[in-house]
Write a protein that binds this ligand. Structure first.
Ligand code: PBG
Length: 327
């Protein structure tokens, strides 16, 4: 006697679908990006990113308070200083934002801070340019990044997260943190960050698009080429070796294959994935036009990240996580 395979028996109602599900996302896995911008009079909305703001040093505190009430406790802060320079940057604005957040909320929240120079430079590149403005100088940039990361850690950041893609920055930052006696500070590397068009809305929020009369027009000479997944493996292995505690794939959905593969190759470190601004905004815009349910599509994307191996998800929707996930 032979039975026809009945796969639909386990799909027949929500109860058995709940019970047989292998992968689920919980709001405790989500990290909410925050932007704090110097010199703003009032906070501003970010085009494309519903419910995300460019905050002032004051409004950010009220926003965080609201987020904590909604159950969102993990944040990734981007500081956007008012004065743009080519070198000799100041990290004071972002550091004082970190201090005031930590002073008000202490260990009620987990505060990671993005480390990069693109919001500080006149030209929007992620580092210091050569005299002829045709390339980012690796060593000089790494020295600056280590200074920035150490300043943020000293100001109270629980985690520093370099997103620049220079070579050797993880080792330099780890060494600088150790020298400053900051051995508890977590180091999350954007280790598999691709050269992507999906960063569009972010660059408006962080005032960081490549610009100006310089020869270098994009970030292709330091971010990973979309067709080079083995480069993502090399850079993640290297960053693990240099002392990263957490590795990351970015963007998310277009690079799920990379995430699944890297999680298999390097199973011993936790993996983060960044659902970047363009991916997030794409869902929001489809939903606004009535073409799909935004909430369900966000949850579906997050489930894909968990299925591919991410243990934490950086998403602009984190502050809605508890509600959207029906917890
Ligand atoms: C800065 C940085 C970027 C993002 C995070 N850190 C943009 C870029 O590299 O151009 C993108 C995040 C997003 O799109 O949500 N280096």
């Amino acid at each position: 006697m032979s039975f026809q395979l009945n796969l639909r028996r386990l799909r027949q109602n929500p109860w058995i679908r709940d019970l047989s599900r292998e992968v689920r996302v919980h709001s405790s896995q989500l990290i909410q990006p925050l932007f704090v911008v110097e010199g703003l009079r009032d906070r501003e909305v970010v085009p494309g990113l519903t419910g995300v703001y460019r905050d002032t040093s004051q409004t950010i505190l009220a926003q965080i308070e609201k987020d904590l009430e909604a159950g969102a406790r993990k944040f990734l802060l981007f500081g956007v200083p008012g004065e743009k320079k080519e070198s000799g940057f100041s990290y004071d604005f972002t550091s004082s934002a970190i201090e005031s957040i930590k002073k008000q909320f202490g260990s009620d929240l987990f505060l990671a801070v993005d480390v990069c120079l693109c919001s500080s430079t006149t030209h929007g590149q992620c580092g210091i340019l050569s005299d002829s403005y045709d390339h980012v100088m690796n060593h000089q940039t790494v020295v600056e990044l280590a200074k920035a990361a150490t300043a943020y850690a000293q100001a109270g950041a629980d985690c520093v997260a370099p997103s620049d893609m220079m070579d050797g920055r993880i080792a330099a930052i780890r060494e600088s943190l150790e020298e400053a006696g900051l051995e508890q500070t977590l180091l999350m590397s954007y280790s598999a960050k691709f050269h992507s068009k999906f960063y569009g809305p972010f660059r408006v929020a962080a005032d960081s698009a490549p610009k100006g009369e310089v020869k270098l027009k994009d970030r292709a000479t330091y971010q990973i080429d979309p067709g080079r997944p083995s480069d993502a493996l090399a850079s993640s292995l290297r960053d693990a070796e240099e002392g990263a505690d957490i590795l990351m794939v970015k963007p998310g959905l277009p690079y799920l294959d990379v995430l699944a593969n890297l999680k298999r190759e390097i199973p011993t470190l936790p993996w983060a994935v960044y659902e970047v601004s363009g991916e997030y905004a794409a869902i929001e815009m489809l939903a606004e036009r009535g073409l799909m349910s935004g909430v369900d599509a966000h949850v579906e994307s997050w489930t894909a990240f968990a299925r591919a191996g991410a243990s934490m998800i950086i998403t602009y929707g984190a502050r809605n996580g508890r509600k959207w996930l029906g917890e």
